[in-house]
Design a protein around this ligand. Structure first.
Ligand SMILES: [Zn+2]
Ligand SMILES: [Zn+2]
Length: 385
């Protein structure tokens, strides 16, 4: 059969692979498997029957933790060093291996817990709608992140990387419903951010990307092409904005073209390069609080449940100046990833198994379909009425 007899490629119809320029990997998309029409969420809203205060919760204000330490009677956010940290600040002598195939290196770090709100039964999503407001209830979380981003390496000069993240819901292995996130600090830049930093640097230094047809006329603070700023512009300029969920003055929320998880979301700056929380202006932090609130509220409203996810920030690894070998730090564009596992209802989860473990990630629902469903879900939290 000659090529002019082949059907025209339709990404909403034909299996195809999409390229993730940040991690330099592919995802297999199988849109033909979602032919049946979307019925919408038909589940009744899950009730929140958690108490406002749980005397047994180790995150509630005033409670004692397992180590005996007592939480402050906090009113907004509250952080402390994790009593069961995955990393220790202890410095040890590196192991000398007998064989190059069995290698290891010591890892140092400190882990912190950040409580988002004193109330045990709230989530970040609920903090977005009345009686709560992003400016009074989500902005303090962003301000605490910024404080920790600076304070941890100040107190621990060995720290080279700070990972801010939230595991929400038992589906993500979160053991405590009290709204909180974690901050892990390490003496090395881990795999995922290291890959992304490398890709951002490569994109910025590739002369081919200075062509306005690629860069779309946007650039980083030093006038070089900026991968994620270009993605933001591409999405804002695409006809019908099929992957845009919402946007404001400073940020845009999208289902990335290359999304793996069904309702994967990215929040990206859309006006300029923001290297880290430190380079974010106060109005930008307010815009971020607004869009984070809206995104998490819309996600909860898709299936009328507290939508589980892992959410995390990628940015400049640490606020200190980059040393030789760390040149890619200055190319970092602040952004947030949401990786939620839910697929068709509050109980049907997507697992990365089979082909995905053995070959590469695969999805049925297209990024465009997912974005449409998130766009169609309400900005008023289902528990707030
Ligand atoms: Zn609690
Ligand atoms: Zn990232």
């Amino acid at each position: 059969m000659s090529s002019d007899q082949l059907p025209t490629f339709d990404p909403s119809e034909h299996p195809h692979r999409r390229w993730n320029p940040l991690t330099q990997s592919y995802v297999l998309c199988s849109p033909h498997r979602t032919k049946r029409p979307w019925q919408g969420a038909q589940e009744s809203a899950a009730q929140n029957d958690l108490p406002r205060y749980d005397p047994k919760c180790y995150l509630c204000p005033g409670n004692a933790r397992a180590t005996g330490a007592k939480n402050d009677q906090y009113q907004t956010t509250f952080f402390f060093e994790n009593d069961y940290a995955a990393l220790l600040p202890l410095q040890v002598e590196p192991e000398s291996s007998d064989h190059p195939l069995l290698r290891s290196q010591p890892a140092r770090g400190k882990c912190y817990v950040l409580c988002f709100h004193p109330d045990h039964n709230l989530t970040l999503a609920q903090l977005s709608t009345p009686p709560y407001k992003p400016s009074t209830h989500i902005l303090p979380i962003i301000q605490s992140w910024k404080e920790l981003y600076n304070r941890i390496p100040d107190d621990n000069p060995f720290v080279k990387y700070i990972q801010i993240f939230e595991n929400k819901g038992s589906a993500m292995g979160c053991s405590n419903p009290h709204p909180h996130g974690q901050i892990w600090s390490l003496d090395y830049v881990p795999e995922e951010p290291a890959k992304e930093l490398k890709s951002q640097r490569q994109f910025a230094l590739d002369q081919a990307n200075t062509d306005p047809s690629v860069s779309l006329g946007v650039s980083d603070e030093k006038g070089r092409p900026c991968l994620l700023l270009t993605v933001a512009k591409l999405e804002m300029e695409a006809e019908g904005r099929p992957r845009v969920i919402t946007f404001n003055q400073d940020f845009v929320a999208i289902v990335p073209y290359w999304a793996v998880w069904p309702y994967e979301v990215m929040i990206l700056p859309r006006r300029r390069q923001i290297n880290s929380l430190n380079s974010m202006t106060d109005p930008e932090a307010s815009s971020l609080a607004d869009i984070m609130g809206e995104v998490s509220c819309r996600l909860d409203n898709i299936f009328n449940c507290s939508f589980p996810y892992s959410m995390g920030i990628h940015q400049r690894p640490s606020p200190r100046e980059s040393l030789p070998g760390e040149e890619d730090w200055e190319f970092a564009q602040f952004h947030i990833h949401y990786y939620p596992p839910l697929l068709r209802s509050s109980t049907v989860k997507k697992f990365l198994v089979g082909f995905e473990m053995m070959a590469e990630p695969q999805r049925d629902l297209t990024a465009e379909q997912a974005a449409e469903r998130i766009r169609n879900s309400s900005t008023v939290h289902y528990l707030s009425s």
